[in-house]
Write a protein that binds this ligand. Structure first.
Ligand code: ADP
Ligand code: MG
Length: 731
């Protein structure tokens, strides 16, 4: 008997690489071709409009309607020349991914029925009403007044996908609340840039603007399309809900940095070609630790644009993968027993004079500034460790964190031995030793020369969720399917608030007659003392660390719905309000959405798990069991009783084993349905999510255990679901 699985596996195995369709051109010739960037703007906008738009982008000024009309006209001309017939306001609702509604450019010239022209006014560019009642909004908009609007974000360039001009926008309710990721992200970036500038001016009066930077690294899996389709769990939930570990998985670590398999290499070439056309500066591609796991990363850029590019490339990856008969899995934990996928967020701040505020300087003046920003970041992360964890926590990411492969569900900061020594020395010195003023009145770091080679030499501690890596912090706990904005809102807001507090302290001390150097030194020294608990360079995977972290007062909560409470802690609400990033009302609404999404994800998984157990696993196991029973029956018919007893011993044992597993699966699946029913009756979103976490989710592992045991027992030919060895090793 050859099952569908065998056919699918055979076809997948035989599949040849689909050649990439990349032209014989150098990258710079088509780079950014699909983006209305400054080069394109210069061709389609008047000098005056161009200047105003650039000022708006660089200085965050608002654009008036007249300028917007000019931009719209130029944008339309460019888009139509590129073959676009439609336009859309592209936004990032609080679900995964992005949303868009396409409208054509056509309008009647005069009256209905007459000739048409293509039109795109400033009004249409700037703002669109959006009947988006079905987007999660945490109750801010009741469905009967389901009106929100999308508003143009000029700082992220418009781009073309197929025949559609896509305009990056924020999504806001009519009463002004943010309903998306972008609106608060822009506010958080603005807050941190302002606060950092104020602090920077203590050291360098030439700086006019600060930038928040992000460089993401995207991990993902590729699975042959047909194999994926034969796994309803992968298709519907993005992960395998069952499947016994393959005998070989990642033990030999032979996949990591190995040669990229040909089918995958062609996919990557196509993906990079497309990404370059959108001005996404992809730099790195390589295999990851788990079989069939890969990573790509661009050169870092300004946070808002980097976030848009990441969310866009996730959809691009999906499209291109299909061309190569793959499905891309962006889920944090598609397979048990091998590594999951993350999205490291490399974050830093830099000045318009080209100085990285987290880059150790060549001079000791620069190093004082560096140390100041480093210590303030420590302080921000220490104070907000629970919030930062909440910002990256989702149902799928919960599988990854704390699972001996990814950072634990505790936020700590890794500094490395060199920097730790610098901070220790600073703490032990006097103000005169630590900060010296030269004859040009420049402040300098008087102690501990910080080696320039730090960038390449930082110890790599892969177990740390938030590590200093030479010229930036790497927030590694972010999940592969997440919108980076969530983490970036929390981090930039935390640092903004901290830098504001630092500046206030310095000002107050100086007002009280303390010198600037002494004020800075005193404050930094105090911060070094205050933040010891967040510094941890040891093994984040160990059980001792969990105990230690608890003693240090770090947030150790592991239940996703409870982790979200961190957003509503009084000091957090105060911080978001004072920085102008989110109001209390918005924070409450957004938490409602988080709890709701959590519940729905677990609910869908529970349904798929129940269905598969009942109509894939149990029927197959029963059929195999019946085959064995048949065998026993025949043995008894042929041999004398005592001999038959002996000959059928093994069959009988397996028959009983199967019966036990089937029974356990059925009992637990039934109990899970009951638990779901109870949870579904709860109205309060938080309570409901807690019920799903505490009472529904625990059945997953139990059911899976028995299913995976059956997979090992039942005849391989009968098993319908592609196995791990097939999903992970065919490419
Ligand atoms: P690794 O895997 O060693 O962490 P990668 O090269 O894969 O390194 O990714 C590092 C990412 O960090 C890249 O996106 C890179 O552009 C980015 N990066 C480098 N310097 C900075 C910085 N100062 N600020 C933000 N991101 C940075
Ligand atoms: Mg990295």
């Amino acid at each position: 008997m050859s099952t569908l699985r065998f056919k699918v596996v055979e076809e997948a195995f035989k599949r040849k690489a689909v050649p990439a369709s990349v032209p014989d051109k150098i990258t710079s010739e088509y780079y950014g071709k699909y983006v209305f960037n400054r080069d394109q703007m210069a061709k389609y906008l008047s000098k005056n409009t161009m200047k105003t738009v650039c000022e708006a982008i660089d200085e965050g000024k608002t654009l008036d309607r007249e300028i917007a009309s000019h931009v719209a006209a130029g944008m339309k001309m460019w888009a139509m020349e590129m073959g676009a017939t439609h336009y859309t306001h592209w936004f990032q609702p609080l679900t995964d991914g992005t949303a868009e509604k396409h409208d054509s450019f056509i309008e009647y010239v005069d009256e209905p029925g007459g000739p048409i022209i293509e039109e795109f006014s400033g009004k249409l560019l700037v703002q669109q009403e959006s009947d988006a009642s079905s987007f999660p909004n945490g109750g801010i908009r009741n469905t009967f007044e389901a009106r929100g609007y999308t508003a143009w974000d000029p700082s992220s360039p418009a781009f073309i996908v197929d025949d559609t001009l896509c305009i990056p926008t924020v999504f806001i309710s009519y009463t002004g609340e943010s309903l998306d990721y972008k609106a608060p992200l822009l506010k958080a970036i603005n807050a941190v840039e302002k606060a950092a500038l104020d602090v920077c001016l203590l050291f360098d009066s030439n700086v006019k603007k600060i930038y928040s930077y992000l460089g993401w690294e995207q991990e993902y899996f590729l699975v042959d399309e047909d194999l994926c389709v034969a796994r309803p769990d992968l298709l519907l939930t993005g992960r395998t809900l069952m499947g016994h570990e393959s005998a070989k998985n990642q033990q030999l670590e032979d996949h990591y940095f190995g040669a990229i398999p040909p089918r995958v290499a062609e996919y990557m070439r196509d993906l990079e070609f497309e990404a370059y056309k959108y001005g996404i500066p992809l730099k790195t591609r390589h295999n990851e630790v788990a079989p069939n796991q890969f990573e790509l990363a661009p050169i870092y850029g300004e946070t808002n644009l980097a976030v848009d590019q990441n969310i866009f490339i996730m959809s691009l990856m999906d499209r291109i993968a299909r061309k190569h008969n793959f499905r891309v899995l962006l889920h944090e934990k598609p397979f048990a027993g091998v590594n999951g996928s993350g999205k490291h967020n490399n974050w830093s701040l830099g000045t318009d004079t080209g100085v990285g505020l987290l880059t150790p300087g060549k001079t000791s003046e620069a190093n004082l500034q560096f140390v100041t920003f480093l210590i303030n970041t420590l302080k921000a992360v220490h104070k907000n460790n629970a919030l930062l964890k909440a910002s990256i926590m989702t149902a799928p990411n919960a599988h990854r964190l704390g699972a001996n492969e990814a950072p634990p569900a505790i936020i700590s900061v890794f500094l490395g031995s060199q920097l730790s020594a610098v901070l220790d020395k600073l703490e032990a010195s006097t103000s005169e030793e630590a900060i010296v003023v030269d004859d040009k009145k420049r402040m300098k770091l008087g102690i501990a020369h910080i080696p320039e080679v730090l960038v390449d030499n930082t110890d790599r501690n892969r177990t740390s969720p938030f590590a200093f890596t030479g010229n930036r912090f790497e927030f590694r706990a972010v999940g592969s399917s997440a919108n980076c904005a969530s983490a970036m809102i929390a981090l930039n807001t935390s640092v903004a608030s901290q830098l504001k507090e630092f500046k206030t302290e310095i000002d107050a001390k100086m007002k009280a007659g303390i010198s600037k150097e002494e004020a800075i030194f005193d404050t930094l020294k105090q911060y070094i003392k205050d933040t010891k608990a967040i510094r941890f360079d040891g093994n984040g995977y160990s059980d001792e660390w969990k105990e230690e972290a608890k003693r240090r007062g770090l947030d150790c909560e592991t239940s996703v719905p409870l982790i979200y409470d961190a957003y509503l802690a009084p000091q957090t609400v105060k911080m978001f309000e004072e920085t102008g990033v989110l109001t209390e009302k918005e924070l409450h609404a957004r938490n409602e959405v988080k709890w709701e999404v959590y519940t729905k994800k677990i609910q869908i998984e529970a349904r798929v798990l129940g269905d598969l157990a009942m109509n894939h696993i149990i029927p197959v196991a029963t059929r195999y069991q019946s085959m064995l029973l048949d065998n026993v029956y025949k043995i008894k018919a042929v041999y004398p009783a005592d001999k038959a007893e002996k000959l059928s011993e093994m069959d009988s044992a397996i028959i009983e084993e199967i019966a036990d597993h089937i029974c356990a699966i059925k009992t637990n699946a039934d109990a899970m349905v009951e638990a779901r029913k109870v949870a579904n009756r709860i109205e309060d979103e938080r309570e409901k999510a807690i019920a799903y976490h505490d009472n529904v989710y625990p059945y997953f592992d139990v059911i899976r255990y028995h299913v995976d045991k059956l997979e090992l027992t039942v005849d391989n030919e009968m098993w319908t679901l592609p196995k791990y060895r097939e999903l992970l090793f065919i490419r």
